[in-house]
Design a protein around this ligand. Sequence first.
Ligand SMILES: NC(=O)c1ccc[n+]([C@@H]2O[C@H](COP(=O)([O-])OP(=O)(O)OC[C@H]3O[C@@H](n4cnc5c(N)ncnc54)[C@H](O)[C@@H]3O)[C@@H](O)[C@H]2O)c1
Length: 320
Amino acid sequence: MIILLTGAAGFIGFHAAKRLLSEGHQVIGLDNLNDYYDVKLKQARLAELKKHKSFEFHKVDISNHEALDAAVKDRGITHILHLAAQAGVRYSLENPRAYVQANVMGHLNILEFARHSETVEHIAYASSSSVYGDREDGPFCETDKVRSPASLYAATKLGGEMLAESYQRLYNIPQTGLRFFTVYGPWGRPDMAYFIFTDKILKGEPITLFAPDEMRRDFTYVDDIVEVLPKILASPPTSGHAIYNLGNSKPNTLMQLVDAVEAACGQEADKIILGKQKGDVSNTFADVTAAERDFGFSPNTDLGDGVKRFVEWYRAQSRA
Ligand SMILES: NC(=O)c1ccc[n+]([C@@H]2O[C@H](COP(=O)([O-])OP(=O)(O)OC[C@H]3O[C@@H](n4cnc5c(N)ncnc54)[C@H](O)[C@@H]3O)[C@@H](O)[C@H]2O)c1
């Protein structure tokens, strides 16, 4: 496959690229290297990827369709893994326009690129568990109604699914939407709870927890996800557009995450406990029957093991 990978300098993009390259595919990576979090981390990920001769990188903002076309037109791209997005629920309260720009306009430009390409066979794109809204029940199934996004981030991700559906119907472009559930691991995102807790605990600073016994997340280790991405990309859905949950299917409370980070750091945290934050959902819980059936998806990394691997990476990169 000749794969256009958007968000290649991002957390999941980096791991996905490594996996695809290890299987012998060619990866053309794009990213705008925005400063939502430390750009040095994005550059360090790219430096790792550039060691591979089948990887190339272009700094491009996908919300600029001319720049996108100039970088990748006529390159014989057969598959697109579209992961670039403005991520994060809380930041969407501060900077709503960044979400519409990247997640709606950027997504549309990827679809337009594919529509005018003669070589693209399949697009797999990142959606999110946040499309399920604020629910107490679970597990969440792909066939559940999703009409109540609790944040603008979730609304733009749901919008992305709708754009994909319309382009499939209008132009017959095979697509697969991937609803990721709280993905974590080495090289992870500094805005996410496990990263912030590790950083603060190791520095001896207090951590702030929002409704830690009430909040449950289906924490999913990144390797469990990227393992199935090549297979998903290589399998355009017969229905034209399919959506899959990719989650661990074993939710833990936020307090259990803190316990895992404390154990991995060998230090107890000084905790400041506050109530639930605006836009946050209480619970995420994936039903992964469909991904298991179609791709053999079988997440098997326990939260304690995954967090331990993250903390080992964190300590190693802090020393470097
Ligand atoms: N990590 C998770 O827990 C999680 C959960 C659900 C969904 N997702 C989705 O998975 C995808 C990857 O997430 P991630 O955790 O790797 O986030 P990330 O922020 O690490 O990666 C996203 C990358 O996209 C790039 N980007 C943003 N806007 C861009 C633009 N306009 N043009 C080009 N590049 C742009 C960023 O610079 C970043 O490197 C995103 O679509 C995200 O919404 C992630």
